[in-house]
Design a protein around this ligand. Structure first.
Ligand code: C5P
Length: 426
């Protein structure tokens, strides 16, 4: 992850409890080669001292618009021009409202107006404040203007509430910041992030299914679950509510998702349909990333099947499993449906065929015959097809691939004006 090498980041810190995490953030950004200059609001200084941030960043901390000494060292216009990115963590509801309104009442809000650099914010606030109409309207407007919105995450809050509004963890913020500068994104970082998914409910299937033969044996597919879990994490990061229906895997689920563990294809089918059918769940996107077993045993033996000396072969009868993604795509009020196609040959042809046959909105194809990508690997490369378009996601770690896929899904689900920033082929 060397996307941050020599990048100049103005780190704005505002007055939220999560400000205590920012010294660690500064250190991690610097580890990646970034140059960091910290700007603090008055509120931030109630939670953490400028001296701490000065020590870790190696630069004087700016906190006042009208400080003659500071203006002599690096004036606010100079700082605005210096920045490759203005990253605001935590971003309070107050600062978000100021930026949206174009107020210039302190150094940080003034910089946001005075700089041509992209802006990224990591909102952090009480869940009620996050859900307030005013905050949501501010977020939507900022998002439309190209401001990248990192999170917030879901979970227990400092005030004791549980819900959306937690600042993302430091490693997630570093990863997202790095992705903003990723070379495989075609244009300016301002356009590279998915729009905020606040208010959306994504259901994602992941991992393999297991079809029992008897109490000790089963049939299954290769699948680590890493790709599906990375998509769940990317959707959570963009603010969606996420239900993750997972077959048996050995990796940890992302914090803040609703995890539904299943074993067989029939169980996965039942959970997926009951979630997507119920209008109250308001499922907006269904991503079928699971490697579902196509067949199951007609009859599962109740006791362990014994080896016999009389025959060298054994017969088992298989019956077809239900096609989960195709059944979700048949629902009268179907969500936006995304399938996967893991192929070993003629990837594009088979993927496009599945798109049509299963009535999908998008299909993400990967060539599992290629080494270093696909199942069990930490990396992947995808070609995503809609009925009329094709998008290429270059080989990268699964977190980066997932973030780009979430961005494509979001654009395609609710088209926005500028769709040209992916490597699109029509
Ligand atoms: O037909 P095939 O298994 O190749 O299709 C792959 C896509 O369909 C994947 O998105 C997979 O998760 C989904 N699928 C499913 N239920 C099945 C088989 C596949 O949802 N029974």
């Amino acid at each position: 992850m060397k996307n941050l090498q020599d990048k100049k980041i103005v780190l704005g810190i505002t007055g939220g409890i999560a400000a205590y995490k920012t010294p660690d953030l500064v250190r991690r950004l610097k580890e990646q080669g970034a140059n960091v200059r910290v700007v603090m609001t008055q509120g931030a200084q109630a939670f953490i001292t400028p001296l701490t941030l000065q020590a870790v960043s190696g630069n004087a901390v700016a906190d006042s618009l009208l400080d003659t000494q500071a203006e002599l060292a690096m004036g606010h216009i100079e700082l605005a021009k210096w920045a490759d990115l203005i990253l605001i963590t935590p971003a309070t509801a107050n600062t978000i409202a100021k930026i949206r309104s174009g107020l210039a009442t302190d150094l940080l809000s003034t910089l946001c107006l005075a700089s041509a650099a992209p802006i990224a914010i990591a909102p952090a606030m009480n869940q009620q404040m996050w859900h307030a109409d005013a905050t949501q309207a501010n977020i939507r407007t900022l998002n439309k203007r190209g401001v990248a919105i990192f999170g917030p995450g879901k979970g227990e809050q400092a005030c004791g509430d549980v819900g959306l509004g937690r600042m993302l963890e430091v490693h997630e913020l570093v990863e997202l910041t790095s992705q903003l500068f990723a070379s495989n994104v075609q244009t300016s970082p301002r356009q590279a992030l998915p729009t905020t998914l606040s208010g959306q409910h994504w259901v994602i299937t992941a991992g393999p299914t297991r079809e029992a033969i008897d109490p000790v044996r089963y049939i299954s597919n290769h699948s680590s679950g890493k790709m599906g879990y990375a998509i769940a994490q990317a959707a959570l990061n963009a603010g969606a509510q996420v239900s993750l229906i997972s077959g048996p895997v050995t990796i940890e689920p992302p914090q803040g998702c609703q995890l539904i563990n299943v074993t067989s294809a029939q169980e996965m089918h039942q959970q997926a349909l009951s979630l997507t059918q119920n209008q109250h769940n308001n499922v907006t996107v269904f991503v079928a990333c699971a490697a579902v077993a196509d067949y199951r045993l007609e009859n599962i033996a109740q006791q362990k099947i014994k080896k016999t000396d009389t025959s060298d072969t054994m017969q088992i009868n298989l019956v077809k499993n239900p096609d989960i993604v195709a059944d979700v795509a048949k629902l009268p009020n179907k969500p936006f449906v995304v399938g996967f196609a893991a192929e070993t040959q003629e990837v594009a042809k088979y993927a496009q065929d599945k798109l049509i046959r299963k009535n999908l909105d998008l299909i993400a194809a990967n060539d599992v015959a290629q080494q270093n990508q696909g199942f069990n690997s930490n990396q992947n490369a995808l070609t995503v097809f809609s009925a009329h378009e094709q998008f290429n996601i270059a080989l990268a770690n699964k977190a980066q691939v997932a973030q780009q896929l979430v961005a494509i899904i979001t654009q395609q689900n609710k088209p926005i004006k500028n769709k040209n920033h992916y490597n699109r082929e029509t």
